[in-house]
Design a binder for this molecule. Structure first.
Ligand code: ADE
Length: 239
């Protein structure tokens, strides 16, 4: 998979993709991330990419042409399945969207907003999907783009060492992940639960499911309701 991120502050994205799992994905040629400086596509000799918003009120808006020209250049080289715009008024990102993008896309463009955002006509004409990473406003879309990129790339087959580990992440089955423990067996007077030391795999799986369910019910009633409603109804027992 290839992800092209377009930003007017590309330095903000200097390092998130050069460490740990994303670096490994790149080394194994499973993914590549390219960051493009929108300022290189400025249309006037002063290097402007933004201008005052029409109507009254403060705030600069990124102009259509720099974005259009940058995306057009990329599209000349390859086909993109999605052109995503990071914005607080987009669809709220979640694991289902990450799964979908990692399965269905070979090439993705992610455009980061800044200032008051981008001209609406670009959103209408070129953007295929608008994503928010939560109900708060960041200074720009760069950190949000890094979040989305990480969540997608770690799901690509071969990226995680143990192929099953993404399947046991929080949210994959609609529940939060259960607690985990490592050595020592006793720390600060607290013990690792006996069941995890029992070697009894099916009982451990049962315990984990119970823990996931109680954690989800307590911390995320919204997810818990969805989970309950998505379970097939228990069949009435025959007399
Ligand atoms: N840009 C600014 N805030 C954002 C958010 N919450 N999600 C995505 N992009 C953003």
């Amino acid at each position: 998979m290839r992800i092209d991120i377009i930003s007017c502050v590309p330095n903000l994205l200097d390092s998130p993709f050069s460490h740990s799992i994303l670096q490994r994905a790149n080394d194994k040629s499973l993914s590549e991330v390219h960051v493009h400086d929108l300022r290189k596509y400025a249309v006037d000799k002063h290097g402007h990419i933004d201008d005052y918003a029409y109507g009254h009120g403060a705030g600069m808006v990124i102009m259509c042409d720099p974005i259009f020209n940058c995306i057009n250049d990329l599209k000349k080289e390859r086909e993109y399945q999605e052109v995503i715009y990071m914005t607080p008024d987009g669809e709220v990102f979640n694991q289902q969207i990450a799964n979908h993008l990692s399965i269905s896309c070979e090439n993705i463009i992610i455009l980061c907003g800044h200032y008051k955002g981008i001209d609406q006509r670009v959103r209408d004409e070129i953007i295929t999907r608008e994503i928010s990473i939560g109900d708060y406003v960041l200074s720009g879309g760069e950190l949000a783009a890094a979040v989305v990129t990480d969540a997608i790339i770690r799901l690509l087959p071969g990226v995680l060492g143990d192929e099953t580990s993404a399947l046991t992440d929080s949210f994959q089955d609609g529940l939060l992940a259960p607690p985990v423990y490592t050595r020592p067996k006793e720390w600060n007077g607290k013990q690792v639960p006996d069941i995890l030391l029992s070697g009894h795999e099916s009982k451990i799986d049962e315990w984990r499911l119970e823990e996931s369910m109680s954690r989800t019910k307590e911390r995320r009633p919204d997810l818990w309701n969805n989970y309950i409603n998505s379970q097939p109804e228990a069949k009435p027992k025959k007399k």
